[in-house]
Design a protein around this ligand. Structure first.
Ligand code: CO8
Length: 258
């Protein structure tokens, strides 16, 4: 597979490694990156020589969210018409097991991408959170639904309503991550877990993934669609413009409606 700008793709034995590559924006998930990542994951998924996929970021950031600069000036009509983020459903349709190797920030859309993966190996420096409320929006890539299922309502409410981040130890206690390892070992641990899965029967691993997801995802689709529509409607508010502009201008937001 040819490398594209926003990601790199490698095949190591039966493991496909996709590395997010927008260091200048802490791997913020813009449309181009989403398209590239979804295409790469789909291509690896279709390859019977690949038994597991690892998605990794950099040491500083797995991904610091959806790209605020790309979204700041959009209005409700544009968000709704483009069905912004709907492309991620192709990532969750991947049948091959996917492991997130998380170091540094996994915030907003980055945390939501982590939760779309099947196994999460986190470094001690990992930080998880849904800070969208500070930007005058809400999670839009499944965070309100998946975080609530992963860590329970009380903790999900606290994180989503305050924008507070969790460190790796808290995320492990809460059930968001599979295992915490020293930051320098995250990729090795993720690759070795992937190699173990890759040594199993691929169709059986796919079946195992499918049945676990049946427990986790029943009724999830409706919730995801509802969340995305409400996310789009935040773009009809002045506070979304103010929250996102304030981030880009490196100042505190002055929300009109508080
Ligand atoms: N989008 C665009 N650019 C970003 C993002 C982002 N999410 N995060 C960081 N960057 C950029 C910064 O603007 C900066 O660029 P520049 O050098 O041009 O000013 C560069 O990356 C480095 O960032 P910082 O200087 O801020 O780095 P720090 O180490 O000081 O801080 C933080 C790191 C704490 C991670 C900080 O960058 C931060 O708070 N980022 C935003 C986190 C956030 O709010 N994420 C949620 C985004 S909204 C979202 O994900 C919604 C998802 C669900 C709905 C989907 C929406 C599309």
């Amino acid at each position: 597979m040819t490398d594209v700008k926003t990601i790199t793709v490698e095949r190591r034995g039966r493991v496909g490694l996709v590395t997010l590559n927008r260091p200048e924006a802490l791997n913020a998930l813009n449309l181009e990156l989403m398209t590239d990542l979804v295409a790469a994951a789909s291509e690896l998924d279709a390859d019977p020589g690949i038994g597991a996929i690892v998605v990794a970021g950099s040491t500083k950031a797995f991904a610091a969210g959806a790209d605020i600069k790309e979204m700041v000036s959009k209005d409700y009509q544009e968000m709704y018409a483009a069905d912004w983020f709907a492309g991620w459903s192709r990532f969750t349709a991947v049948r091959t097991p996917v492991i997130a190797a998380v170091s540094g920030y996994a915030l907003g859309g980055g945390c939501e991408l982590v939760m779309m993966c099947d196994i999460v190996i986190a470094g001690e420096n990992a930080k998880f959170g849904q800070p969208e409320i500070k930007l005058g929006v809400i999670p839009g890539m499944g965070g309100s639904q998946r975080l609530t299922r992963a860590i329970g309502k009380a903790k999900a409410m606290e994180l989503i309503l305050t924008g507070r981040t969790m460190d790796a130890a808290e995320a492990e206690r809460a059930g968001l991550v599979s295992r915490v390892v020293p930051t320098g070992s995250v990729l090795d641990e993720a690759m070795s877990t992937a190699a173990t899965i890759g040594s199993m029967s691929l169709p059986i691993a796919m079946m195992a993934k499918e049945v676990v997801n049946a427990a986790y995802e029943t009724m999830l689709e409706n919730g995801i669609r509802f969340e995305r529509r409400v996310f789009h409607s935040t773009f009809a508010t002045e506070d979304q413009k103010e929250g996102m502009s304030a981030f880009i201008e490196k100042r505190d937001p002055e929300f009109k409606n508080r």
